[in-house]
Design a binder for this molecule. Sequence first.
Ligand code: ATP
Length: 443
Amino acid sequence: MADTTLMDKLVSLCKRRGFVFQSSEVYGGLGSVWDYGPLGVELKKNVKDRWWRAMVHERDDIEGLDAAILMHPKVWEASGHVAGFTDPLVDCKTCKARFRADKIQDAQCPQKPSKKPGEHTTCELTEPRLFNLMFKTFMGPVEEQAAVIYLRPETAQGIYVNYQNVLNSSRQKVPFGIAQIGKAFRNEITPGNFIFRTREFEQMEMQFFVKPGTDMEWFERWRAARMDWHHAIGLAKEKLRWHEHGPGELAHYAKAAYDIEYEFPFGWNEIEGIHNRTDFDLGRHQEYSGKKLEYFDQAANERYIPYIVETSAGADRVTLTLLVDAYREEQVEGETRVVLGFHPAIAPIKAAVLPLVKKDGMPELADRIYHDMKRAFPVFYDDSGAIGRRYRRMDEAGTPFCCTVDGQTLQDGTVTIRERDAMTQIRVHQDQLVGWVRERLGA
Ligand code: ATP
């Protein structure tokens, strides 16, 4: 299967089954902005819930936060975003296309896709100019320079400026962390690859505050923990790898940085970054705000600005990774079976309840079972069409278990459970269904 074909098939499946739709589609769509449909919103919610559980609920040393998207404009001066959150942009005067100068090797000339921009005879590229990726807007009724504010391009800054609030209100001590999930906005020059790079997206970020000198040890611990998390949500291990930022690649604030990359149909790309940000962030906010952001370490009787180890993942990117990783086609009895083989903990629908036929009391019994199960986890009821077709529909939605109410159910109370991956069937008593499915969710 050609790689572009796989992405095309996935985009089409996502629309057909209600995972992801183009934003404002009735108006022709809005560039690189996407909406999550009924299955997509469940899938992405499962990603965020798993992250929150691993990073906040299961740990004693991390607190949660939900900071506002709009922040004081000085935040972005202190963080370096006003001056430096830029990409080099080049225009082609002939075809009016725009490219990131640093990614031009990966781009195609729109007039001649076999060539890179600048290589075709009619290309006329401008010199690169820096373009700030932050979305600007105005606060209040007057559109003047003094009222300019930004949509946050990352969630991290909301954590830094709240670090003392959390510290004082939670009784945490360094080392400790603050975790947040929220929207971020970047006016990307070349967005694309479906929900991989969009202009509005959600980040799952955790900032861990440590004593200087212990930072590299924590950095290594967090690297290991984050890779384990990606394995635990079911991603294929051989498709994940580390990319270390070399000296030329390191951001101005970072002492060390590694990306977790996944092998997408369009190549290896970052899904999460783990950064040792030193005392840069708190140091800058201390300088720009004039407020002391030091930590007093009672045990050691010393003051210092904590170092920060950051783990930063994109909820949309992880969702795309799960979709790509789960997609497979198989030949079954001369037909192509499309399956999204999600880990049951991640699957948007955990089980389907299907009456074999619409008579003999089967729909009524199936409906009762469905409502029983629905209280425990997301379940889908489907009574239309041949049973084989209904199984296929659930395979495409990634539903791990189908529970069929048939003639035998009416006699002995057992239902057929058909398992998505192996397509094997077993019988389980209706009273044990919720427990049986729950045991296999690996929650
Ligand atoms: P890239 O090099 O891909 O632009 P980045 O290095 O700028 O990413 P970070 O600033 O480290 O990314 O952001 C952390 C995470 O946020 C990324 O690993 C990614 O999962 C997610 N992310 C960043 N930009 C986008 C975007 N435009 N669309 C979707 N997710 C994004």
